[in-house]
Design a protein around this ligand. Structure first.
Ligand SMILES: C[S@@+](CC[C@H](N)C(=O)[O-])C[C@H]1O[C@@H](n2cnc3c(N)ncnc32)[C@H](O)[C@@H]1O
Length: 317
């Protein structure tokens, strides 16, 4: 596909779905399935997803047969993404043959025999949500996909864990872990310099004056979980690997690649350690490689499943 003239984060999130589907670590996923408590109509599973974007994880869990009786709360900071999730999810439910009832703008009730799922959506900052819900409500499972690498984990993780019931689970798939690889090589020295500078922008990111990012979040989660009093039940890599097969890039992955290159362009323009002319040539070459179907992109990420302790002998049945 030609280089896009404009970029849309919504289209990027939609395009990354097929890349995520390939990347998600199957062993961690199976551990999640095994660790989930039984849901019943009387005791539906309480699931909270933070940084939920367009709500694509609801669709994935449903397709994986994990949602039978559940209340699924999906929150995201961005009102436009939540508005799009509210537009998409009823369409998805109808396409699945589910009976759909829109209880309110923020509540979608979807049912079919043996399945009953309430999806609640809200545009709100994660820490504001935690402050409001702490001591009011608890969840069995908290999901944070491609999210913890964007926030200050030492403050956000304990806050999130405080919303879990004893023995509750935290599933953090697609957590960036310090590897950005493009093939073919352009200039090995420049490739390495651009990767290092790009990761540095994540490490130095400040939002409202607070640290908000770590390019090696994935590997650091082991220590963060321990420090916050949670145990790691399963972990494994979930690297994105995007390449063109005999029919070109899958789905909308050419757009996904253009978006990643554009993000790097924006993040590194004017960087004092990069020669402006060579960097511009690098960006132009990477976009051209997507058009030609020769660009391979690999991002190293980890999926981590954790659990907060339950008092001995206590289980949720
Ligand atoms: C990389 S996107 C991932 C979206 C989705 N989890 C997915 O994998 O498709 C990160 C999401 O986190 C949201 N986000 C970032 N900071 C947030 C915050 N402080 N509170 C709530 N959501 C936040 C962004 O708006 C964005 O939708």
């Amino acid at each position: 596909m030609p280089i896009p003239r404009t970029y849309s984060f919504m289209r990027y999130l939609t395009a990354k779905q097929s890349v995520d589907n390939r990347a998600l670590n199957r062993q961690v996923w199976q551990s999640l399935v095994a660790a989930l408590p039984c849901a019943t109509p009387e005791k539906p599973l309480q699931i909270l997803e933070v940084g939920a974007g367009l709500g694509t994880m609801v669709e994935r869990l449903f397709a994986g047969g994990m949602l039978t009786h559940a209340t699924y709360t999906a929150i995201d900071l961005e009102p436009t993404l939540i508005a799009e999730a509210r537009r998409r999810l009823p369409q998805w439910a109808v396409a699945q043959g589910l009976q759909v009832q829109q209880d309110s703008q923020a509540q979608l009730h979807v049912q079919r025999p043996g399945q009953d799922i309430m999806v609640e959506t809200e545009a709100i900052d994660v820490l504001r949500f935690v402050a409001r819900e702490q001591g009011q409500r608890t969840w069995d499972l908290l999901i944070a996909q491609a999210f913890l690498d964007l926030v200050d984990v030492p403050t956000t993780l304990p806050a999130l864990l405080s919303l879990l019931r004893p023995g509750g689970l935290l599933y953090c798939p697609i957590t960036f872990d310090g590897g950005t690889v493009f093939q073919p090589e352009f200039d090995p020295e420049l490739d390495v310099a651009i990767e290092a500078c790009y990761h540095q922008t994540m490490d130095r990111r400040l939002i409202a004056g607070k640290p908000s990012g770590d390019s090696c979040t994935g590997r650091h989660l082991f220590a963060h979980f321990r420090a916050a009093g949670a145990e790691v039940l399963a972990a494994g890599s979930s690297d994105w690997v995007a390449f063109a097969g005999p029919n070109g890039y899958s789905a909308d992955e050419a757009y996904f690649l253009h978006f990643i290159i554009h993000t790097m362009h924006t993040a590194l323009t004017g960087h004092p350690h990069l020669d402006a002319g060579r960097f511009t040539a690098w960006i132009a070459q990477r976009h051209a490689q997507v058009e030609q179907g020769t660009l391979v992109y690999i991002a190293h990420q980890l999926d981590v499943l954790g659990r907060v302790p339950a008092p001995i002998g206590e289980t949720r049945e």
